[in-house]
Design a protein around this ligand. Structure first.
Ligand code: SAH
Length: 287
């Protein structure tokens, strides 16, 4: 290969990938356009890319010719590799002097075990860079036309996981506290226990009529959105055949989708400019 072909152009202002380093990057929810420039810069320079199941194939197409693409996720029903083994693999590649890109779905520090892997690198004395990504609980909702916050609906939002390390309902969540304290609740990995979770939230004081949006395969060509209610979401999701990966959003923000479903608009949906029905009472803020 000639020298010219080997050289990867690094856009101005972006770092050069040093051999022996690990870049721990988020790939966003799926659409390659949601990669950050840092992640793309890493993809184009890396000698090896260790990626998870939720990283879309279209993103892997950016890997430089001849580089190794090493899958670290769950394959065909087999158990996922142990977290320790993945960290050891990163350390090994780095010690070989490779430029190692660890690519994770969404943001590596949001329910992504990025912290665990980075601490393993610290322990082994491997230099690393963290590249945040667009998390499914924000960017995925935006692709469904659901804002995480909106002045007329919420001043707080809670992100939670619907199952713990063992696959059970997370034991450390105070469901009543969440139900009463957070106007909008965004849930990751919540499909398995959706029936119990929605029950807990209703017991904690939320209305069964409260709107719920479930966004499946957010930002991908097969994105699917279900608008339902807290009381019926588990049954509706099962009836609609909604499968993970999906983010579940509970709260009044879901109503905004009838005005903000920009993807639906591209295929002909007529959007409402006043989805919350506030136009008559609205106090227009001049500032
Ligand atoms: N670090 C990731 C989350 C990993 S946990 C992030 O920041 O987004 C895996 C969970 O993320 C899935 O069960 C699902 O709840 C959510 N998720 C990830 N990608 C998604 C997508 N494209 N569409 C919907 N949900 C997604």
């Amino acid at each position: 290969m000639s020298r010219r072909e080997e050289t990867v152009e690094i856009p101005q202002g972006l770092p050069e990938f040093e051999p022996g380093w690990v870049w721990l990057a988020g790939a966003g929810p799926g659409d390659p356009g949601l990669l950050t420039l840092h992640a793309l810069n890493g993809l184009r320079q890396a000698d090896v890319v260790v990626y998870d199941a939720l990283v879309d194939q279209s993103i892997l197409a950016w890997i430089k010719p001849g580089a190794i693409a090493d899958f670290a996720g769950k394959r065909g029903g087999k158990p996922s590799p142990k977290q320790r083994d993945i960290t050891l693999k990163l350390i090994e590649y780095a010690k070989e002097g490779k430029k190692v890109l660890r690519l994770k779905g969404g943001d590596p520090f949001v329910f992504g075990r990025g912290g665990e892997e980075a601490l393993g690198l610290v322990g082994a004395g491997i230099p690393f860079r963290i590249i945040p990504g667009i998390t499914a609980g924000i960017g995925g909702l935006a692709y469904a036309g659901i804002p995480a916050t909106h002045r007329d609906t919420n001043q707080a939002v809670t992100f939670l996981t619907g199952h713990d390390q063992t696959g059970l309902m997370p034991g450390a969540i105070n469901w009543q506290g969440v139900a009463q304290g957070s106007q909008v609740i965004v849930m990751y990995m919540a499909m398995k226990h959706l029936a119990s979770i929605s029950e807990k939230l209703i017991e904690g004081g939320r209305s069964p009529a409260e709107p719920v949006g479930i966004v499946c395969n957010a930002s991908l060509a097969n994105q699917d959105v279900l608008e339902t209610t807290l009381g019926t979401c588990a049954a509706d999701a099962a009836a609609a055949g909604i499968e993970p990966p999906a983010v579940v959003c509970v709260g009044e923000v879901v109503r905004l989708r009838s005005g903000l479903d920009w993807m639906g608009a591209m295929s002909g949906r007529i959007l409402r400019s006043d989805p919350l029905g506030l136009s008559s009472s609205r106090n227009v803020d001049a500032g």
